[in-house]
Write a protein that binds this ligand. Structure first.
Ligand SMILES: Nc1ncnc2c1ncn2[C@@H]1O[C@H](COP(=O)(O)OP(=O)(O)OP(=O)(O)O)[C@@H](O)[C@H]1O
Length: 256
């Protein structure tokens, strides 16, 4: 059995054993309740025109398994900068980022890339689909890039596209789909390799409020079905209510 299936089975088992009865169950129980990601004392600054621009000024944050967490804040407050750090695309100047057992603040670019490919899925405001590939081929490409054996592609692509409600549009290309449908393909792509964490930067920004609400409902169902944690940025106050937790960023810090 491939390791990504083994990982999923372990997490499925965790989800079932909510109440500890034995040492083994107790250890699973504590894993389910221990954070997936911890950010401590994180600072990030950039040199801009000979000046130091301090963007993040001491961020403390936690993502627990199976949570939908939102980052809100004004444009330029540092949300994307933080998302890049959490996803291992960038590193802090100060502070610690622990993702599962990995210390992102100490790892090399190559180490973070390997972890990212296996454990993290990304969703962007503008969908980031390959325009000449169908929905099916876009999801298949994600599996190829993650190194998932070809023998598992067909079943997994079908499952992911059905999960996001695109069972009847699997062979359409992006230009034949609405914005909401394209974002569903992007979600199917992001979950295809069974990551533990999905990071989404303004995933509803290009959609009207009805489509935005539908995307949030898809997020809720994939969290349950795929046992993922989701962390997303948003400007939209109407969708904040579906979050399990909201962090508000003001001037490089979280306010409570
Ligand atoms: N690589 C970089 N070099 C220099 N400045 C940067 C860099 N990345 C981000 N910044 C600056 O950091 C600040 C925060 O940017 P960031 O994109 O994180 O904000 P944001 O809250 O995501 O904004 P928006 O909601 O508009 O996307 C901005 O002033 C931006 O110009």
């Amino acid at each position: 059995m491939a390791s990504w299936f083994r990982k999923r089975s372990a997490i499925d088992a965790l989800a079932i054993d909510e109440e500890p009865h034995s040492d083994e169950q107790s250890s699973r129980h504590s894993q389910l309740h221990s954070p997936l990601l911890t950010v401590s004392g994180v600072q990030r600054s950039f040199q801009v025109g000979g000046q130091k621009l301090e963007v993040l000024k001491g961020i403390e944050m936690e993502l627990k398994p199976l949570q939908l967490v939102m980052l809100k804040g004004r444009s330029g407050s540092g949300k994307t900068t933080l998302l890049n750090l959490i996803g291992g695309l960038d590193q802090p100047n100060e502070g610690e980022i622990l993702f599962q057992e990995h210390a992102f603040h100490l790892s090399s670019d190559d180490e973070r890339t390997l972890i990212r490919r296996k454990e993290i899925g990304f969703i962007f405001q503008s969908y980031a689909l390959m325009p000449l590939l169908s929905a099916w081929e876009n999801v298949e490409l994600a599996l190829r890039m993650a190194g998932i054996p070809r023998s598992q592609w067909k079943e997994r692509v079908k499952h992911c596209l059905e999960l996001v409600g695109l069972g009847k549009r699997m062979h359409h290309r992006p230009y034949e789909l609405s914005g909401g449908e394209q974002q569903r393909v992007a979600i199917a792509k992001a979950i295809a390799h069974r990551p533990a964490l999905i990071l989404a930067d303004e995933p509803t920004a290009e959609l009207d409020s009805q489509m935005g609400a539908q995307i949030m409902s898809v997020f809720r169902s994939i969290m349950k079905a795929e046992q993922v944690t989701i962390c997303m940025t948003t400007h939209d106050p109407t969708i904040l209510e579906v979050a399990d937790h909201v962090y508000e960023m003001v001037d490089g810090r979280f306010v409570t």
